[in-house]
Design a protein around this ligand. Structure first.
Ligand SMILES: NC(=O)c1ccc[n+]([C@@H]2O[C@H](COP(=O)([O-])OP(=O)(O)OC[C@H]3O[C@@H](n4cnc5c(N)ncnc54)[C@H](OP(=O)(O)O)[C@@H]3O)[C@@H](O)[C@H]2O)c1
Length: 277
């Protein structure tokens, strides 16, 4: 190999250095779970920066409030349950109508939690958590892909959890759903790279939202304690930065990083620490 070839190879721009950013101004975006918490903050941030946001959740009146506070036309509410295939079709139809079929960003954020021992829970709890947190976003993504492929800098942002990296007791259904989202995101990222679509996995730790008021199939005696919760606004700002930079994955909060990296380094120690007495 000649010296000039080696020099050209060594000085070529590294792909990760000249990564294309997602420009929110004029972008067509979809955010599920838009009626509260992280999703609501993301809708406000995206619409404030010039994006059109198809905002999805079941609580219609919350979406209407969101629409009224934004610049006219920037928030398009779609009220419905994402586990319903017809609702998913209408989300994509509405988004595809904004700019000739192209969609720039899909944020799979809607999610529910459940707390309590697996052995005592009903099969319905596992079914509901997996339907909302995994099957619905996966199927919504499947029908969005051909529209995302028409964007110059598309992103699928999956709002997962640090519990999709390290599981803990009494949240088995939730951990399973977020592990599923994690594995699926990694696979999809590799598959969609040739089509120019990035998959950004965002893993927050405990967030001070309505999440713990909306737990499914969970007794009032089941609670979860945590220190150092982030506000939804802070999580959304960090998620937004990762999305616009089209990063592959981001783990939020020091505590979250400590949990995930300690588990990667020494899983047996984490297993011993988390074992129920
Ligand atoms: N809070 C935490 O501690 C925490 C930590 C790590 C990760 N996360 C993840 O962050 C994401 C957002 O949670 P959050 O903390 O912002 O909670 P949140 O305030 O409870 O928001 C959840 C959103 O999901 C929507 N949603 C739930 N089920 C739905 C369904 N079947 N169809 C359509 N929308 C549905 C809710 O709206 P409607 O009720 O109006 O439908 C709501 O807008 C979730 O994926 C969650 O797993 C949360």
């Amino acid at each position: 190999m000649s010296m000039s070839v080696i020099c050209r190879w060594a000085t070529r721009p590294a792909k990760w250095l000249d990564r294309v950013r997602l420009n929110p101004d004029g972008a067509v975006t979809i955010v599920t779970g838009a009626s509260s918490g992280i999703g609501r903050c993301l809708c406000e941030m995206l619409s404030d920066r010039g994006a059109t946001v198809v905002a999805v959740a079941r609580r219609r009146e919350r979406l209407e409030e969101l629409r009224q506070r934004a610049t006219v036309g920037k928030i398009i509410p779609v009220a419905g349950d994402i586990t319903d295939g017809g609702v998913r079709e209408s989300i994509i139809d509405v988004a595809a109508n904004v700019r000739g079929g192209a969609v720039d960003l899909l944020v799979n954020n809607a999610g529910v939690g459940a707390i309590g021992p697996f052995a005592d829970a009903s099969p319905a709890r596992l079914r509901e958590v997996m339907e909302v947190n995994f099957f619905a976003p996966a199927e919504l993504t499947r029908i969005a892909i051909k529209h995302l492929a028409r964007s110059p800098a598309a992103v699928i942002a999956n709002i997962s959890s640090v519990l999709g990296h390290r599981a803990v007791p009494n949240k088995s259904e939730y951990c399973a759903s977020k592990f599923a989202m994690h594995g699926w995101s990694d696979s999809l990222r590799a598959e969609l790279a040739p089509r120019g679509i990035q998959v950004t996995l965002v893993s927050p730790s405990t967030t001070d939202s309505e999440f713990f008021d909306a737990l499914v199939h969970t007794g009032a005696d089941q609670t979860s304690s945590s220190i150092g919760s982030w506000t939804p606004d802070r999580v959304a700002r960090a998620a937004m930065a990762a999305i616009l930079a089209r990063r592959s994955e981001v783990i939020l909060s020091l505590g979250g990083k400590a949990l995930v990296y300690a588990d990667r380094i020494a899983p047996p120690i984490m297993n011993a620490i988390l074992k129920q007495k």
